[in-house]
Every structure is written in C-alpha cells, then in structure tokens.
Design a protein around this ligand. Structure first.
Ligand code: SAM
Length: 267
C-alpha cells in the first residue's frame, strides 16, 4: 500500500500532534540535543548546504518547531534574503521567534500555518525544507506536494527525517535506545514522557527512505536522491522542481553535491 494511504488522516490526529508538540515546546531543544547526542545541528547544517543557497535567496522552513532550521537558512541567505518558517504550534513558534531575536536574524518571519495547506503562491521560494516534520503528518504526500508547489522551477525541496534502523542487528540497539531511553530521558529532563513514546511509534509506522523518495517523485520532483546519516537512522531527501515540463532534468549539480559531502553515504 502507498505510504501516504497507510495512516488515516483525521482532525483529531492533527490536534493530538499539535497539542503534543505544544506541551513539550519549552524542553524540545534540550531533549533533542540529548537524544541526538548533539548531532541534530550538524544534520541540519548538512541539509542546508545541499540547498546550495546564495545571499538574497528566499526560503521556506515547514514544521519549523523551535526554529533551528530557519536560523541555519537565514545564515545561508544573509540579511538580503528571506526566510519564512511555518508551524501549527504557537508555543513552538514563540520559542523560535525568541531565538531569532537573540541571534539578530530579523529576516525570518514565523507564521502559524498548516503544512498541508501552505498560504503561499505557486513558485514563491528558491528552496523549501522540512525537518523532522513529515513523519508527524498523516498525509505526508500532500505536504510534499505543497512544498513542491511553492518552490520555484529549478528550486530544491529537502527533507531531514528519522527513519530508524529496521533491518540490521543494530535495530535492537536502536529500539532499546528510542523505546526505553527516550521516555526515560524525557522524564528526567521534565519533558512529557508520553511525547517520547510517540516518537518511536511515529518512526515505526512511517515510510521507508525508498517510499519517501517515491513520494518525492510522485509529487513531481526530479533528480531525487537521499543521504544516510547516523548509520541510516536519519536521512536527508532531496528533489528538484522541473524547470518546465519539456526541459531536461536538472542533474548538473549532483556531482558537486557528492564532492562536497564525501563523508555521507548517498543512495
Ligand atoms: C519534531 S518537530 C521538528 C521541529 C524542527 N523542524 C526541527 O528541526 O527541530 C515537528 C514540528 O512539526 C510541527 N507540525 C506537525 N504537523 C504539522 C502540520 N500539519 N502543519 C504545521 N506544523 C506541523 C509540530 O508542531 C512540531 O513543531
């Protein structure tokens, strides 16, 4: 069955996800850093470098949470560029705004919006990213379609997501770490342990990296590929919006990406 159809979408599921993230907003960054062993910042930097942005570019961060991806995008596009960051959790957005203020990055605009119904015109952004967001969206294919719609022809859509380790012997260690350590760490750091039992469940019921790549293609993106981080537990997917229907696929930059990031495994 197609991954987009595997999970049912209903308003109460969206409300559950929204209230869950709102309830952990104040502890999200700390718990994120502990659970990812501090690696999440490097993963985002890697993903932003794949966007190949220039000063003055316009970018979109979907499911921005506490804004770490948006802050990285803002550094890449500089003070003449723009970053719009959306999320449906107001407490997450509030923390993101405070972080941007503290960093003096006034080019970021944080907006409350739904990833499946983006309030932007077609072909608006040079690049759109989503970090650890698609897994939380029942109809994640629809969110990818929205990302693809609002990116300019030739622009890139990038997703950073947890997939877990499902096939090798390391999956047992992975499960122990996420199912047991996650909620325990959350309890210790006074987050909501329930939220961190949701995390492994959401990873287990989510698409595989291959299914995600197919969704990118189904939503009209081309030159789709992905990079494995953290032994494949985390992947960055990348796709390009075609220049025009008749134009040849945009493949010119792939070699350069590979040269720039030799340390990462590419599929
Ligand atoms: C795991 S956090 C990721 C935050 C951030 N992107 C990061 O890299 O740390 C997922 C975020 O997605 C948001 N979210 C989930 N579903 C959404 C939707 N349909 N529309 C907008 N935001 C959504 C949640 O509120 C939450 O802030």
């Amino acid at each position: 069955m197609a991954p987009a159809l595997r999970r049912m979408c209903c308003p109460s599921e969206e409300q559950y996800v929204e209230s869950l993230f709102s309830s952990i907003a104040s502890r999200y960054d700390l718990i994120n850093s502990v659970l990812s062993l501090g690696l999440h910042k490097a993963w985002r930097r890697f993903a932003v470098s794949l966007a190949r942005l220039s000063p003055g570019n316009s970018t979109l961060d979907v499911c921005c949470g506490t804004g770490d991806f948006a802050l990285e995008l803002a550094k890449a596009v500089g003070s003449t560029g723009t970053v719009i960051a959306i999320d449906f959790s107001e407490p997450m957005l509030e923390i993101a705004r405070q972080k941007a203020d503290r960093a003096g990055l006034s080019q970021i605009d944080f907006v409350k919006a739904d990833a499946c119904d983006l309030p932007f015109a077609d072909d608006s952004f040079d690049c759109a990213v989503v970090g650890f967001g698609l897994r939380n969206i029942a109809e994640f294919g629809r969110a990818i379609a929205e990302l693809s719609r609002v990116v300019k022809p030739g622009g890139r859509v990038i997703s950073l997501e947890i997939f877990g380790i499902r096939t090798t012997w390391a999956s047992a260690i992975w499960k122990l770490y996420f199912n047991v350590a996650g909620p325990w760490v959350a309890r210790f750091l006074r987050g909501d342990p329930q939220a961190y039992t949701y995390l492994p469940r959401s990873v287990e019921s989510f698409a595989t990296p291959e299914e995600m790549a197919r969704q990118f293609e189904t939503q009209g993106l081309e030159n789709v590929r992905w990079y494995k981080l953290a032994c494949g537990a985390v992947c960055v997917h990348l796709g390009t919006k075609p220049l025009t229907k008749s134009a040849p696929p945009c493949v010119s930059s792939e070699k350069q990406d590979q040269q720039n990031f030799k340390g990462f495994e590419r599929e």
